[in-house]
Unconditional design. Structure first.
Length: 268
């Protein structure tokens, strides 16, 4: 299953199926099921190149992980809510269920590639197989999925994979941190130059945190909120579960080191 978004094969689902509120991320309020005023007739964004200065940085960092084209091209056979208005409600509900599960699949595949995760490889693959099987069902099947339950089950095995990988990377070395900060509220915290190697930052709130020159090698950033965080000069090589969207939501510079499979955002 393709876990990379292909907007050209989608019907602009993220621009209509999801709601957003006027905030630092979005310039206006929009209800679910109402098209964004910037959505064009060809499902493209009319201000795509000017999203940040136009007040829509939330759109820049959004990633459906391939759910858009899966729903449009596979589950609805290429039909769209514009060509067939009667499918709109079902299509939007299907997308809202599929998107978080595509994200989970992305993380599971990332974990599956970790050499140190061998002890839980069978569990990771079983979780992938179950979710992919459900996502290939009918729209009614996808809409009826208990997304919370599946995410909870996947979270358990992802935590195990993360612990194994961080433990293997750490070896017998000690770090100032290297502890469990999963879910920690670190909003705006000054973490400049801190040794955060191998630390579990899963789901941590790092909004606006100062991480300049911090050492994040081997840290788990699964689901961490990095909006507005300053990563100037930080070292994220070998950090686990880092997404392009996380980097795009943060600030960095030429000295920031990112995981080898990712590119530094253009705005850094």
């Amino acid at each position: 299953m393709d876990l990379v978004a292909d907007c050209a094969r989608c019907a602009g689902l993220c621009c209509i199926a999801l709601p957003f509120a006027a905030s630092a991320d979005f310039a206006l309020d929009k209800e679910a099921g109402v098209p964004c005023p910037n959505l064009g007739p060809d499902f493209s964004c009319g201000i795509h190149e000017e999203l940040r200065p136009s007040g829509f940085p939330g759109c820049v960092v959004y990633d459906c992980f391939g759910a858009g084209q899966q729903v449009t091209q596979v589950l609805f056979d290429g039909r769209t809510w514009r060509s067939d208005p009667e499918i709109a409600t079902s299509m939007f509900a299907t997308f809202r269920s599929a998107r978080p599960l595509h994200e989970v699949l992305w993380y599971l595949h990332e974990a599956l590639a970790l050499v140190a995760a061998e002890p839980v490889r069978a569990d990771l693959q079983a979780a992938i197989d179950e979710i992919e099987s459900l996502l290939q069902g009918s729209p009614d099947v996808v809409t009826a999925i208990d997304v919370g339950a599946l995410r909870g089950e996947a979270s358990t095995v992802l935590r195990q994979a993360s612990d194994l990988a961080r433990s293997a990377a750490r070896g017998s070395q000690a770090s100032d941190e290297g502890r469990d900060l999963a879910g920690a509220d670190l909003f705006g915290t000054d973490l400049r130059g801190r040794d955060l190697r191998w630390t579990d930052l899963r789901g941590a709130v790092l909004v606006g945190a100062d991480l300049r020159r911090a050492d994040l090698r081997g840290a788990s950033l699964l689901g961490a909120d990095l909006r507005g965080a300053d990563l100037g000069g930080a070292d994220l090589t070998g950090a686990l579960f880092v997404t392009s969207a996380q980097l795009t939501s943060a600030r960095g510079d030429d000295a920031t080191q990112v995981p080898v499979h990712l590119a530094a955002p253009a705005h850094w």
